[in-house]
Design a protein around this ligand. Sequence first.
Ligand code: PEP
Ligand code: MG
Length: 735
Amino acid sequence: MEPQARLDAIVRQIAQNMVAEVCSAYVLRADGVLELYATVGLNPGAVHHSALRLGQGLVGTIASSARSLNLAEAQKHPAFEYLPETGEEIFNSFLGVPILRAGRTLGVLVVQNEAHRLYGDDEVEALETVAMVLGELIAAGDLKRLANDGVELDLSRPVATAAQPLAEGIGLGHVVLHEPRVVVTNLFNEDGDAEIERLASALSSLRLTIDDMLSRREVAFEGEHRDVLESYRMFAHDKGWVRRLEEAIGNGLTAEASVEKVQSDMRARMAAVSDPYLRERMSDFDDLANRLLRELIGEDAASREANLPSDTIIVARSMGAAELLDYPRKNLRGLVLEDGASTSHVVIVARAMGIPVVGQATGIVALSENADAIIVDGISGDLHLRPQPDVEAAYTEKVRFRAKRQQEYRDLRDKPSLTRDGKPFALHMNAGLLVDLPQLGESGAEGIGLFRTELQFMIAETFPRAEAQETLYRSIAEAAGAKPVTFRSLDIGGDKVLPYFRSAPQEENPALGWRAIRLSLDRPGLFRTQMRALLKAAAGRELRVMLPMITDVSEIAQARAIIHREVHHLSKFGHGLPLRLNLGAMLEVPSLLFDLDALMCAADFVSIGSNDLFQFMTATDRGNTAVAARYDPISKPFLKALKAVAAAADKHGTPLTLCGELAGKPLGAMALAAIGIRTLSMSPASIGPVKAALMATDLGALAGRIDTVIENGAQTADMHAIVREFAEENDVPYR
Ligand code: PEP
Ligand code: MG
């Protein structure tokens, strides 16, 4: 049947069943107008002509509030508006319900009678149920063909939103909903009692799953995860919910259609609620309803994977790091999260995999349908769902331009790392997971200058066992081949929290608290296990280990003593050992700046953690956006301090590197190289741009300009501007 004929038949049937003189269906267009798509009882000439804006008249009010209106005297309602082309003034009673799908309003369905009557609850239920069927019809795209030329339905409306950029890059592709909405195709039941039974058995197995999750070891303590599950359990036993589900079945729906309907009503009603606590609870409820649907229908994960588009952009409310790793990397072009922060584990992993991510994209899950076109801009945070052709063309061009630049960087890969005036430099990369390793070859890094071992701990559900640690370290060393890897001992505490490890009572200042080397020395069991895993994994090779947050030089000797005991233990039991152990210290705490000679003697090498060093020198929390950008690391005091470190390292012949964010910025790297720090470690994506900038820099000339300011105590100057002007004058690519 043609879509118009089908729609006409539906409204005719409703009018008949409900003994109504009028039944009309309105569909929401992309321009926010509700257009009359079908009617019996009103003037047929008004179809595809009569239109109301969202919020206008009774129909517009129903659409904008997503609530039904049941009125015995429609004309007396303050929102009533008379549309002459429909000839509707003779009708007194009015029942209108929103056409909802996944919480979105797609249109409005109305019945009217001449008599003054109030429709019964069962009639309201029945009309809402039919509206749900219409929602499926609209979502299936059948009605698009009926639209007047150039008019789009709201369902295919382009949506552009500004979200938060969390991982660099641009992705063009198609939506894959992480928790796919289960499409309910079987709407009407033939045997209500059998459906009630199906519902009851699905509910009890859902409850069992939740109890099971709650009793698992990793959540068997207080914490956010447990809170969520507790509220799931509460909802799963919620009598009101179960009653509404059973009522919907009583009205003729299948068990799965009743879940969908109750959830859709609830979601639409909650759309206007802004209270963050309630919204969060609503999302939990959504997840639960989705789980129940999957219990009822049974989903086929394997066929889903096989049908994954080659340009998948995952859209999820939230996601665990392990879940992301379940998707094949080759299909992934981006990730969109309704929550998610730059320190979420899933974001850390996505960044390592080189997938652009945006977070805090409120409401995106409800707006998206599987297979919708979508663009993720992980640089600006912009998100374009169902983009207009011109937006898509602009982005395609942007991606092409970035690819060309990447090619230019690849061409630099095999060129010697020498500045314009012939001074050598070395660029290494920062890493923390096995998924980072392919970048070692692709970026042209000379090695891994910082391997953040805590990442394995952060994405795990429980403490990784000694064997798991050893396996990871061995795989990393093997994947790196001849390139050196510097493993940093566990740097937990501060902003790096392990959900399963409650270290101390709540700390008032965690950044200044019981973290990193402090924790390692106080809880040597943890440190010993890690060192043993590293020593075993590096058998037959050189092992480079560095210690985070050294505050007092004596801490290096304490750590060295523990490691030596492990070496002794392993050799006693005949294990292979590393050929050489290089033990480095990270310079992240300003106190060390005043004990540089001792530091350079105690450590085999020193690596400046400029993120923390800068945070502590300027007393600005690196994670607090209100202050984090206030002071500039390319500034006189900071460069002056770093230059003193470089001089001390030089004097003692101690190798020096720097591995904070500053190294990955072309202007930062230029300033660092100019003051004598020429081994830098950075995110792999920065290696190309930094290499291009350093190769074009006459280091001697730049050093001259910087030194003039550093050595003249009384002079103040905008050091950042000096370096930038130098780059501009000398055609150094620095953006
Ligand atoms: C630093 O502090 O600069 C550093 C490299 O360590 P992290 O960012 O892991 O604290
Ligand atoms: Mg640090």
